[in-house]
Ligand binder design. Structure first.
Ligand SMILES: C[S@@+](CC[C@H](N)C(=O)[O-])C[C@H]1O[C@@H](n2cnc3c(N)ncnc32)[C@H](O)[C@@H]1O
Length: 295
C-alpha cells in the first residue's frame, strides 16, 4: 500500500454502493456516499447498479470477477457492525474507527450523530478520503481524523493528541483491517486499545480464518479472494483460527462476547436472496476488560 490510498478500501466502497443501489426495503443499509470514492471505471458499475434492469448485470459481473465471497461478506459485516454500533454506543460515548477507509458511518448512522468520532487510518487512504469529504462539503462535528500507520506509528499518542477521552467508554471498530497487518501490529493495536479504553468500552473487529491463508484451503472461495488482494498489492498476512480468538483477545485484555462468520450473520438477512456471506470472514465483538490487575 506504500504511499497510496488503499484499493481494497475502494473495493468495499463499491460493494456498499451496490447494496445501497437496491430499493429501500430490500437493502440492508444505505450509504449514499460510497460511490463518491470510486475511480471512473468502478463508478460506472455503481451507476449501472442504480438502474433496475442493469443492476443484476453489474453486480453479477462484479461477482464473476471477484468470486462469490467478497461482496456478500462485506454487506453482511457492514450490516452486523452497523447494528452493533447502534446497540453499543451509549449516550455521551465516543467511537473510534480503526482503519476507517471509506466507511461513512460517521455521517450516515443516527447513533453516531452526536457522538465524537475518531477516524484512524493510514495517511495515504485518509488523505484520499478527506479530499472527497471536502469536495462534498460534508460537515460533521465532532469528527477528528487521525493519520496513523499501525505498523510503525504511536496510535495511543496520536489518539490522545486528537482529544480521545480515556475516561469515557468508547466503541472501537476495526473492520476489514487485521488481515492486512503483521501479527505484531495487531497485538500492539489491541494493547493500545486496552490501555486507552475506559470501563464499559467495546471492540468490534473482523478477522479472517487462518485456514484461508494456506493452499489448499478448506474454503472454496479463499483462493481467488486471497490471490485477488495480493494482486492489488494488499496481501492478507494475518488470520486466526476461530478457536484461538477467545485466548488471543484475552491476552490483550478483551473478553470475547460473540464471534460469527459473515456466512452465519448473512443467513439472517439474505432471505429471498441468493447470495451468502463467507465462512472464512469473521466478526468478533469483545468487551475491553483493560489492564490485568496484579493481586
Ligand atoms: C479493506 S479496507 C477497510 C476499510 C474500512 N474499515 C471499511 O470497512 O470500509 C482496509 C483499510 O485498512 C487500512 N490499512 C491497511 N494497512 C494499514 C496500516 N498499516 N495502517 C493503517 N491503516 C491500514 C487501509 O488504509 C484501509 O483503509
Amino acid at each position: 500500500m506504500e504511499g497510496r490510498s488503499s484499493f481494497t478500501a475502494e473495493t468495499v466502497a463499491l460493494q456498499r454502493a451496490f447494496e445501497s443501489a437496491r430499493p429501500p426495503g430490500r437493502r440492508l443499509f444505505s450509504d449514499p456516499y460510497a460511490a463518491e470514492f470510486l475511480r471512473p471505471g468502478l463508478r460506472i458499475l455503481a451507476s449501472a447498479a442504480r438502474v433496475c434492469p442493469l443492476r443484476g448485470l453489474a453486480v453479477g459481473l462484479y461477482d464473476v470477477v471477484a468470486g462469490p465471497g467478497p461482496r456478500p461478506s462485506a454487506v453482511a459485516r457492514t450490516k452486523a457492525i452497523d447494528d452493533e454500533i447502534e446497540h453499543a454506543i451509549g449516550a455521551g460515548g465516543q467511537c473510534v474507527l480503526l482503519g476507517a477507509g471509506f466507511d461513512m458511518r460517521a455521517h450516515r448512522l443516527r447513533a453516531l450523530a452526536a457522538c465524537p468520532v475518531f477516524e484512524v487510518d493510514h495517511p495515504a487512504t485518509q488523505a484520499a478520503k478527506r479530499a472527497v469529504v471536502d469536495r462534498l462539503d460534508l460537515r460533521r462535528e465532532p469528527l477528528t481524523y487521525v493519520p496513523v500507520d499501525f505498523e510503525v506509528d504511536d496510535l495511543a499518542g496520536a489518539l490522545r493528541r486528537a482529544g480521545f477521552d480515556t475516561a469515557v467508554p468508547a466503541v472501537f471498530v476495526w473492520e476489514g483491517v487485521t488481515n492486512y497487518l503483521t501479527r505484531e501490529a495487531v497485538a500492539a493495536t489491541l494493547e493500545t486499545v486496552r490501555g486507552l479504553a475506559a470501563a464499559g468500552s467495546r471492540l468490534v473487529l473482523t478477522y479472517v480464518d487462518r485456514r484461508a491463508l494456506v493452499e489448499p484451503s478448506p474454503f472454496p472461495e479463499a483462493r481467488r479472494w486471497v490471490r485477488g488482494v495480493a494482486r492489488v498489492g494488499e496481501p492478507w498476512t494475518f488470520g486466526l483460527l476461530p478457536e484461538e480468538a477467545t485466548g488471543f483477545l484475552a491476552e490483550h485484555g478483551m473478553r470475547l462476547r460473540a464471534d460469527t462468520s459473515t456466512y452465519d450473520a448473512g443467513r439472517k438477512w439474505f432471505t429471498g436472496r441468493r447470495e451468502r456471506g463467507s465462512r472464512l470472514y469473521r466478526i468478533a465483538v469483545a468487551d475491553v476488560v483493560g489492564p490485568v490487575v496484579a493481586r
